[in-house]
Design a protein around this ligand. Structure first.
Ligand SMILES: Nc1nc2c(ncn2[C@@H]2O[C@H](COP(=O)(O)OP(=O)(O)O)[C@@H](O)[C@H]2O)c(=O)[nH]1
Ligand SMILES: [Mg+2]
Length: 308
């Protein structure tokens, strides 16, 4: 039996969270076309039965925020999550958007991965968007940059190349016993995933600075016989942003609430009553205390008793 931690590292928008969801087979990380969607490390757990050429394995995938230059407490926190994920893993998956030219951001990311040491697979993602004849030169170019253990073209979105990838990951992991029970697919509590779903809808439906200034906390989670009652607060930084999120006649907040409720019902497999509140927390992204409070691992510590 093999078991190990596998960190997914890359620039914003490379497709890290899409890959995590595709491999785990459930939506545990939110995905949008906007950069910096993912703010925390997210675990996704795969359990493989032995098959031809592939040992039985538990693969603990770690999705991370995109590598970027931090300019706020929130961004610093996000980069700390990246470095933590790089420090403690058996294998690194460096994922790049194959439709984009190699730039300074890629070099910065590659350097961080190199510094962390250990085996690295390079994943050339979004190959559904490029001409096949571009692939070989790209592989040749990348192999000059580092001694990657493997270079694998994939499409996380179209689920291409993933079986090959999973087989190679299993073979690269050390012998060991599973870290998590067989039926567990993530370490995130459902209430945190629910908060993330609300944030995803804010990201989807609003523009410019608003998505980046939004944070979501679940304030109430009550499991009733037929329904789960959830109250969530959307924090934003300024009054003007609150106006945008609420919308004309409350239209926007209604849209966010309805689309989020549908997804949360899918997640929980039961009916949900979702109530949303919007609060202004001036410049919270610059507040170390508030950013730390948002971390669900921290929230678990001082959680008031809740039916879950
Ligand atoms: N065409 C294509 N788009 C993809 C692929 N993987 C991810 N995307 C898109 O790229 C965007 C960013 O994806 P996401 O997983 O959030 O990237 P992350 O920031 O690295 O986590 C989303 O719009 C995805 O739908 C892929 O294989 N092909
Ligand atoms: Mg992501």
């Amino acid at each position: 039996m093999r078991a190990g931690y596998v960190s997914i590292i890359g620039r914003p928008n490379a497709g890290k969270s899409t890959l995590l969801n595709a491999l785990v087979g459930e939506k545990i990380a939110i995905v949008t076309h906007k950069p910096q969607t993912t703010r925390n490390r997210i675990l996704g757990i795969m359990n493989l039965r032995a098959r031809k050429g592939v040992p039985a394995a538990q693969i603990v995938l770690v999705d991370t925020p995109g590598v970027h230059k931090p300019d706020s407490q929130l961004n610093r926190r996000m980069m700390q999550e990246v470095y933590d994920a790089l420090a403690s893993r058996d294998l690194t998956l460096l994922i790049v958007d194959a439709t984009m030219k190699f730039g300074t951001g890629d070099q910065f990311t590659l350097d961080a991965v190199k510094r962390a040491g250990g085996p690295v697979f390079l994943l050339l993602n979004k190959v559904d968007m490029i001409h096949k004849e571009k692939l070989l030169p790209m592989i040749a170019e990348w192999s000059q940059r580092h001694g990657f253990r493997e270079i694998i073209p994939i499409s996380a979105k179209k689920k291409e190349g993933l079986e090959v990838l999973v087989g190679k990951i299993a073979n690269a992991l050390p012998n060991g016993q599973p870290f998590f029970p067989q039926d567990q697919i993530t370490d995130q509590p459902e209430r945190f995933i629910a908060a993330e779903i609300v944030r995803e809808k804010v990201l989807m439906h609003t523009a410019e600075e608003v998505p980046y200034a939004a944070a979501v906390r679940i304030e109430q989670w009550e499991v009733k016989e037929k329904i789960t009652r959830i109250a969530a607060v959307i924090y934003i930084e300024r009054e003007g942003q609150k106006k945008i999120i609420v919308g004309k006649g409350g239209e926007m907040i209604k849209k966010i609430g309805t689309t989020a409720r549908i997804d949360i019902e899918k997640l929980l497999g039961r009916k949900v009553f979702l109530e949303l509140f919007v609060k202004v927390q001036p410049d919270w992204r610059q507040s170390r205390g508030f950013v730390e409070e948002l971390d669900w691992r921290r929230q678990l510590e001082d959680l008031t008793p809740i039916d879950e």
